[in-house]
Design a protein around this ligand. Sequence first.
Ligand SMILES: [Zn+2]
Length: 377
Amino acid sequence: MKQAADILRLEKETAEKLAAKVFQKIKFRGFPVIKMITSEFIKYFDENSKQPKFFFSSFKFEILDRITPNKMELPYINGSTQFSLLFRDCIISNLGINPYFYEKDGHRTDHFSKLIEILKENRYDEYLNEDQKGKLSFLVHFSKSLCDTADEWDDFFYRISSLTIVNQTDPQLKNFYAYYKQIQSSKSINKRIRKAVELVTGKTTEGFLNFSDIKLNFFNSIVVGLNGFAGTDCIYVSHSSIKNFIQILSSNGISDENIRKLVKLNFTRIIIHEICHVFIRKTLNNFNLSSPKIFSLGKEENLIFGVFAEKQIFQERISWIKSIFSSKFNMAYCWDFLEKILDGDDLIFDFKNSGCVLNTSKIKYMAIDFEESYDLL
Ligand SMILES: [Zn+2]
């Protein structure tokens, strides 16, 4: 394994030769510069797959840093297959600049191989199916996360391979699609989302961002706690997670009526959170955006963008599942508020009156809605 110092000793000439070689490959394949990162990475992994431990940092220092040492931008051109294929290069490039991978690193090769399997799917084929597109969109965000143990990373790599997009005609989801349409057409919600995006980007969104253009994709997966994430002109919401949410509530004696309302409240929160991630990426024309930190007016705290968006509606970052178990929780108030804003009312949420409980878990993931508190109940 070569160390960083060795790499630095590489003569300039060698680096230039490599660059020339790289450039030839690109021209030959007719793809943008970045296209080759994934194939180089897969090759490197395969060559080292007999070792019990895999060090991503070795690949980074030996190869990746010479191809693309900086953060990649992913211009937001929806519908282009080439764009989806670039997701893979983007994932690798993000891992390369994630401090975890040069400060800690060291993975069991058989665990890390799950990521390689995803990258290898349709390696030579331009066509990505919806499942693959979902997994790769997730990984573009996840590769920027603040996970700091090998187990955390590997567990996600392992579990995300189970992601499958649910058929839009599934009768179980009919009500959710209808409800999603209702959220999409709420004047009040639209206005607040626009405001959040405009505040952060400094750009006008009128006539450019249309909530009604954003598709809702449900997926199933074995990633416990993963509620949803942002896609390109679509939002991914976990049906498995909704079922899990219902299961926890019903096994704790919550009435069917309250479960129905709570599912809607939490679903609304997820949609608002993720739609804002989609919109900000679209507005800034970069799908590989790190969530901007917002210095909110008069407060010293940094707010991550998705949470900032949630606050435009609910004033705070709320854990709905924790709220229902609080003696102070006021369902009548929350439900009434939701119905009114769906009708276009500009009502401001009264957090104190709602009796809701804050979600105080650390935010580790970009554009991914993840709730770790399920098992804390
Ligand atoms: Zn977020």
